[in-house]
Design a protein around this ligand. Structure first.
Ligand code: NAD
Ligand code: MG
Length: 391
């Protein structure tokens, strides 16, 4: 019996995790579930999984959550601090599935209890990778990657000597606009950017896939988590999204990880790790698939990829600035204040400005420095958004 807590239970990754746990109730005991404004669903999940505690991120949702769970014996709490405190209740595994930089503090707290953190929240590694890994090492905690590409790399590396790895190839679906002519991209709408050809995910990561900011984040995540040099990390557009990543070794062997585009694979791997267990995803029929396609990932079409290279080169606080500027630019795009291509332009401008002002390199990261840079970059992005919107 494993004890599990899910941060971000009501989201896309959270729901997939709940699904796997609900299918094997004899294997898990659920400690805490956290969510946002969707308290009706959070309460349903808490009852379904017989959780000890349900936490909403928002104080004004507390009364509704309490009412929905009245008489069940399930404890209720609200607010960001309560989410972090949920990490103080022991669980063998914490699923980090909150979207955005808000996922960092609860994950960090869980690591400090020396447990296992299944990390879907890529922002944690992008903003504070070296710090997160240092804290995990200090407290004897384990981080398991749950992003599908990183789970694929992790699985391809089992039993391998890291010194023999020459390169890693992270595949990209190309997102909603992979077949659009470049001239049309500037006019792309929120609705058009919010539908993914292969994956069913939360809205923010789906738009990030269309702009390739998601892949940019994943390249940085790869460098931070596995410690590869930026020059070892490649990306290629693979429209079928069946190969999630490949690892190339010094004898020319290329180990590919294939699976259906269903996050329950990577989530299930983390839930069962270090063993493998049954996961109810579709089994691939190679004859039916017949062919797999690959195209270069064009940096002119996807400026986010070039920005990711700059961020990897700079290191230090560049990831925190990059993520915050990207989140603020995405907010502005969703709010209809800026166009699709403005997102990459603004992120680039903010990084250049901050680099010129304070310099973003920094030898030892701390949470304070990360949060301060996050704040600065968000404010600066909002200023640039106002200028862009006024044009
Ligand atoms: P989502 O938007 O579907 O769900 C996000 C969850 O976080 C919800 O439970 C929401 O209530 C909660 N949340 C939102 N803002 C919060 C805040 N400020 N404080 C506390 N909780 C908050 O997102 P998702 O698609 O499930 O993605 C979750 C994370 O996993 C992201 O970091 C994403 O990049 C990563 N990821 C997702 C997928 C996928 O297939 N969806 C794949 C790989 C990685
Ligand atoms: Mg991914």
């Amino acid at each position: 019996m494993r004890t599990v807590t899910i941060f971000g239970a009501t989201g896309s990754i959270g729901e997939s995790t709940v699904d796997l746990i609900a299918r094997a109730p004899e294997q898990y005991r659920v400690v805490a579930l956290t969510g946002g404004r969707n308290v009706a669903r959070l309460a349903e999940q808490a009852i379904l999984l017989n959780a000890e505690l349900a936490v909403t991120a928002f104080d004004d949702c507390f009364a509704d959550l309490k009412a929905a769970l009245a008489g069940t014996g399930i404890e209720v709490a609200a607010g960001g601090a309560a989410i972090v405190e949920a990490a103080d209740r022991h669980a063998d595994l914490f699923m980090s599935a909150i979207v955005g930089a808000a996922g960092l503090p609860p994950g960090l707290r869980a690591l400090r209890h020396g447990t296992t953190l299944a990390l879907a929240n890529k922002e944690s590694l992008v903003t504070a990778g070296p710090y997160l890994l240092a804290e995990a090492a200090r407290y004897g905690a384990t981080i398991l990657p749950v992003d599908s590409e990183h789970s694929a790399v992790f699985q391809a590396l089992v039993g391998e000597d890291m010194q023999t790895v020459e390169r890693v190839i992270i595949t990209a679906s190309g997102g909603a606009f992979r077949d659009w002519p470049m001239e049309k991209l500037a006019g792309a709408t929120i609705e058009q950017a919010s539908s993914h050809p292969n994956w069913d995910m939360g809205q923010r990561i789906t738009i990030d896939s269309a702009s390739m900011f998601n892949k940019a984040m994943e390249l940085i995540e790869t460098k931070e988590f596995f410690g590869f040099q930026p020059s070892q990390i490649e990306t290629v557009v693979h429209p079928e999204s069946l190969i999630h990543a490949l690892v190339g070794f010094n004898d020319g062997a290329l180990m590919a990880h294939l699976g259906p585009p269903d996050m329950r694979h990577a989530i299930g791997y983390a839930l069962h790790w270090p063993e493998r267990g049954h996961v109810p995803v579709e089994r691939l029929d190679l004859v039916k698939i017949a062919s797999l396609n690959f195209r270069p990932a064009d940096e002119a079409r996807y400026p986010a990829l070039r920005i990711a290279r700059d961020v990897m080169q700079t290191g230090g606080l560049a990831g925190a600035a990059f993520n915050a500027a990207k989140e603020a630019a995405l907010d502005a795009f969703i709010a209809g204040q800026i166009g699709f291509l403005d997102m990459a332009r603004l992120v680039d401008e903010v990084l250049n400005r901050l680099q010129g002002q304070n310099g973003l390199s920094c030898d030892i990261l701390s949470l304070d420095k990360v949060l301060e840079t996050d704040h600065l970059a968000r404010e600066m992005t909002q200023e640039f958004v106002q200028v862009t919107a006024a044009r």
